[in-house]
Design a protein around this ligand. Sequence first.
Ligand code: ZN
Length: 392
Amino acid sequence: MISSEIIKKNNCPSGVRLLCALTAGLFLLSACGKTEQKSANGADAPIESDFNASGFEYCHVTESEEGYYFWERMDQNHFYPRLMFMDKESGRVVPLCNKPDCGHDNEECNAYFPSVNVGGDGMSKDHIQYYDGSLYAVGFTSDDYVTLFRIKADGSEWETSTKLYRTDYASTGHWRTPDILIEDGYVYFNDRKQKKMKLVRVPIGGGAEEVLFEGDDDAVEVQIYRIKSSEDAVFFQAYIFSDESVEHAKGGLYQYDKTDGEYRLVKTELVQPYFVWNGCVYYGSSEGICCYSIQDGTVEILADQPIEVPYITLTKKYIILCDDMVDGYLIIYDYEGTQIAVVSCDLKPTWYFGGSSDLLFAECVRDNETRLCFLDLTRPVDELQWEELKAD
Ligand SMILES: [Zn+2]
C-alpha cells in the first residue's frame, strides 16, 4: 500500500542552512556496502558505511554519515518530544527544524511530530531508523494500521510509507511498537502483540508480505526479538514454546539468508544480547566473552571473566559490555579480550543503544527524569565519561 499523502510543513528555503547542506550530503550516501578497517591489534574492526545496519540494540538513536538522530525524551519542559540531530563534526545537538525564527518550543516546530493517538496519524517515539537518505519512524494511522512513516532527513515533511499490519490499538488503547529493521528495500518486522509471532517482511512502500519465520504448528507461543542485519543475512532470536513451561521451549539465534531465502538455527539457547561481525557471534555468558564461529560452530572464549547477560556492543576499537544491573558500569575490552577500562556513571544508564559507531548511547536517569546520554569512544580510555545528550 502506498500513500501519496504528504504532510507538508511550513518550509521556508531561506532558513535552511545547516540542515539543507546536511540533507544534500545524506542523499549522496550509498545505500549499501560495508567497509572494514584494521584496528590496533591487526584484527578487522567493523565500520558500517550503511548505517541502517549499525546494530543499535534499540532503535532510539540512528546514525547517518553526518550525525545522529534521536527522539528527545519527554520531561517537565518538553511535552512534545522533538526529533533531534547531533552533528558529528561539531558535536552540536539541535532540533531537526529548518524554519527561520522558530523557537522550537511548540507544535508548529518542524521537529515536533504527533504522537500515537486514536483518531489521527502519529508516531511512537521509541523507534527511528535512517535508511537511504530518509528517516523512518513507526506509528499508527487513523485507519488502525501500524505504519512506517518516512520523514525527510531535514525534518520538513513526512508521509505514510508502509502499512505493516492492522492493530486493535483503537479499541484496546494498548500500543506495542514492533521490532523493525529496514534493510535492502524491505521492512522486516514482527507483531509483538501476537502470541505466536512471525518474522515478516514487506517491500518499503508496500507490497506482498512474506513470512520468513514462524514456529511449528503445535507451538503455543513464539517470541521473536533483536532483528539485526549483518552482511548477507538478517539475524534474529526466536523462542518457541510447545506448552506453558520454559523447559520445553526451544530456540536461539537464527539467521535468514537473503541470497537463498532460507533460515537456519545458528546457535541454540542464545537468548542474551549478541552482536554479529565477520562471521562470528559475540555474546557474554557465564563463561566470559564468547566468539562463536558461524562457519565452524566453535566457541572461542576471549575473556574468561564470567558475565551475567550484559548488553554487548562492538565498536571500531572495543568490545563493550554494559551491565545495567550493577550501577550501569561498562567493561571495555580490546579485540584480544584484554580488559582495558571500567567506566562508571552517576547518570545511572539503564538501556544501551550500542552500535559500531564512535559513540555509545544510553538512556540515563537524572533528577528522576529520563534522558539520553553518550560516551565518546574516540577519547582516551582513561578519559571516558558519560555526557548528557541535550540541545545547545
Ligand atoms: Zn523549530
